[in-house]
Write a protein that binds this ligand. Structure first.
Ligand SMILES: C[S@@+](CC[C@H](N)C(=O)[O-])C[C@H]1O[C@@H](n2cnc3c(N)ncnc32)[C@H](O)[C@@H]1O
Length: 309
């Protein structure tokens, strides 16, 4: 049975084996990465089901600046967090669903371990945070959701100030609770990608990151981009599904993600704009990497890293 090896992790992350730390290798070694590539009727069944969901729009859609879904979702996490007496596990978002097939190198595969995707994400996040965020004194997560990334980054770098921003109040309340109850060096603040708050103070040399958050802006990311160009953080790290990077003309698995992306009105056009800005000398692209791994519906973890100049 095939299995993800450290070399595959390095390849998926866009690094080399020698740059994976002992800790990362240890974490990889602690889980079961076996999977089965789905073929024949099983693969057709998944494909047909996805195409039917796409056609009938039975997918969560981004529309009309509607934040109610997020208010409800993060409100539940906030409640669980408070009930648990401030346990960080209560912040795990519910959208990584255990047991489902995942996307891997242009195939649908069924992992043996039902928590394959969430285990993978923990390792990916730990690698990303150590590799890219260490050394920054001021770090901002935009669209911080349940606050679990904010908590993790703040624990890794107690000397840094980590700010969690989101357009819904429960997310802000969670980050504030992380400061009050866990003594983390964090702060929460409301922020809307569609109407950026220019009064937000961003010290020189800051890093900003997003994880599956800009995906929610469809084609309306211009105001946020203008805001970033003005604030000039030292680095912008976007871990997001990237519409433009699927091989939708040659690969049917990719086609389903590409189509789902369109129907859901997810992030489109941003990578092209950054390339244009680079040509104009207003941005520098630091890294672009399609992550050939994702959930059943799309690949959510690709890397677009850049900086305004
Ligand atoms: C898929 S969740 C990701 C949350 C978190 N980054 C994570 O990794 O779990 C998308 C997040 O984007 C936020 N969001 C959506 N539209 C937004 C907007 N216009 N302004 C700010 N945040 C927004 C949602 O409230 C939600 O927290």
């Amino acid at each position: 049975m095939p299995s993800l090896k450290p070399i595959d992790f390095a390849d998926i992350f866009g690094t080399t084996l020698d740059l994976l730390s002992e800790t990362t290798r240890g974490a990889i070694g602690a889980h079961n990465w076996n999977y089965r590539v789905l073929e024949g009727p099983e693969r057709d069944g998944i494909m047909l089901d996805l195409l039917q969901r796409i056609e009938s729009r039975r997918l969560t859609l981004v529309q009309n600046e509607d934040k109610s879904r997020w208010e409800r979702g993060w409100g539940e996490n906030l409640e669980d967090f408070e009930k648990s007496g401030g346990k960080l596990e209560a912040l795990l978002p519910k959208y990584i669903r255990p047991g489902l097939p995942v996307r891997l190198y242009g195939e649908f595969v069924q992992p043996e371990d039902p928590n394959f995707e969430s285990n993978w994400y923990s390792i990916y996040r730990a690698w990303f945070v150590q590799r890219h965020l260490s050394g920054f004194k001021s770090i901002f997560e935009f669209g911080s959701g349940s606050g679990f990334n904010v908590a993790y980054v703040a624990q890794q770098f107690p000397g840094a100030r980590v700010m969690g921003l989101d357009w819904v109040q429960p997310s802000v309340d969670i980050v504030e609770a992380l400061r009050k109850e866990h003594g983390l060096n964090v702060a929460g603040r409301q922020f809307d990608f569609f109407h950026p708050d220019e009064t937000l103070d961003m010290p020189a040399g800051s890093a900003i990151f997003t994880v599956g958050a800009l995906e929610q802006t469809g084609t309306q990311w211009e105001s946020f981009l203008e805001f970033i160009l003005k604030k000039k953080p030292a680095c912008c790290f976007h871990i997001e599904p990237i519409y433009e990077w699927y091989d939708h003309e040659n690969n049917l698995v990719d086609y389903t993600a590409w189509k789902a992306h369109e129907v859901r009105n997810f992030w489109r056009g941003f990578p092209g704009k950054i390339i244009e800005l680079e040509k104009q000398g207003r941005a520098r692209i630091l890294k672009t990497k399609r992550i050939n791994f994702g959930s059943l519906v799309l690949e959510g973890y690709s890397q677009l890293f850049w900086k305004p100049v």
